[in-house]
Design a protein around this ligand. Structure first.
Ligand SMILES: C[S@@+](CC[C@H](N)C(=O)[O-])C[C@H]1O[C@@H](n2cnc3c(N)ncnc32)[C@H](O)[C@@H]1O
Length: 273
């Protein structure tokens, strides 16, 4: 088996398992996606990490979605695809994991938007769409799973002229967080999420995208997530009081020191064609 197909197999098996575990705890009501809430009920921890703000910013960057054709890459549990459809978009959701595609289809059905969501098991690195077929391409936490020099041009190719791609990603711009991630996750009882093939998106990787998109690459930092993540890595910092404290500390830094925002763990990459 080639290295690439080995990687895809690992990814799809990992995410199939992840989705199955998520579903075993989920209620049907958890599949519901509210029109104007940016919280995914299947992942209740996300607002703590500011990801509701990231989803909101992503939608704001896209603007009017009514009737727009949107490709959701690495759709996972289908939250974003469903939300986009609820905002009026015609969504094509792809993922390498069959279970993710199954759940995305089911979630669209539960939310009465199945006529607006097409689901396909497809490798993001081998997009099979006609050129210029989408107004927008989106993806949450997927760019850092794939080879950008191959996928970057493919994203550009499927975008219509004037189209836009927006990705929410983990970011490698904070060295301290990277050291903690590399040294602590998977050890000392600190859980490790994701496969060994993935790593947060570096500034150099976004520069590659910037070149591919003729400089039309903007990075956005929707919140400052630093102490919240460190507290998760260092198990000594636990409990609701500590969690409130680190949340407030991060929020204060975001508001008082805009220059530090780029050291957050989550960033948004906006690409224009
Ligand atoms: C971190 S998860 C994010 C899922 C979802 N976007 C979310 O935010 O919950 C990454 C997703 O990318 C998918 N993925 C990884 N490599 C892929 C590839 N080459 N092509 C398509 N999907 C891929 C995985 O199966 C998984 O569902």
């Amino acid at each position: 088996m080639s290295e690439q197909s080995e990687k895809l197999k690992t990814e799809s098996e990992f995410w199939d398992k992840n989705i199955s575990e998520m579903l075993s705890d989920a209620e049907r009501a958890d599949l519901f996606v509210a029109d104007n809430s940016y919280d995914d009920k299947l992942k209740p921890q996300l607002p703590f990490y500011g990801l509701d703000k990231a989803v909101k910013m992503c939608l704001d960057l896209l603007g009017d979605l009514n009737g727009k054709k949107v490709l959701d890459c690495g759709c996972g549990n289908g939250f974003m695809s469903t939300l986009l459809a609820k905002k009026g978009a015609q969504v094509t959701a792809i993922d390498i994991s069959e279970k993710s595609i199954e759940l995305t289809r089911n979630r669209a059905l539960v939310n009465n938007v199945s006529d607006q969501v097409i689901t396909v098991v497809m490798d993001f690195e081998e997009l099979e769409f006609e050129d210029e077929s989408f107004d927008f391409v989106v993806g949450n936490f997927v760019l850092h799973h794939i080879e950008l020099d191959k996928t970057g041009p493919a994203i550009k190719q499927v975008l219509k002229p004037g189209g836009k791609a927006v990705f929410i990603e983990t970011s490698a711009q904070n060295r301290l967080l990277m050291l903690a991630r590399d040294g602590l996750t998977g050890r000392f009882g600190v859980p490790k999420y994701g496969t060994d093939d993935e790593a947060p998106l570096s500034l150099e990787q976004t520069q590659i995208l910037g070149k591919l998109f003729d400089g039309k690459c903007t990075l956005h930092y929707p919140s400052f997530v630093f102490f919240r993540l460190l507290a998760g890595y260092i198990r000594f910092f636990k409990g609701p009081t500590m969690m409130r404290l680190v949340y407030r500390l991060d929020s204060a830094i975001y508001n008082m020191f805009p220059g530090l925002r780029r050291f957050t763990y989550y960033k948004i990459v906006e690409l224009g064609k």
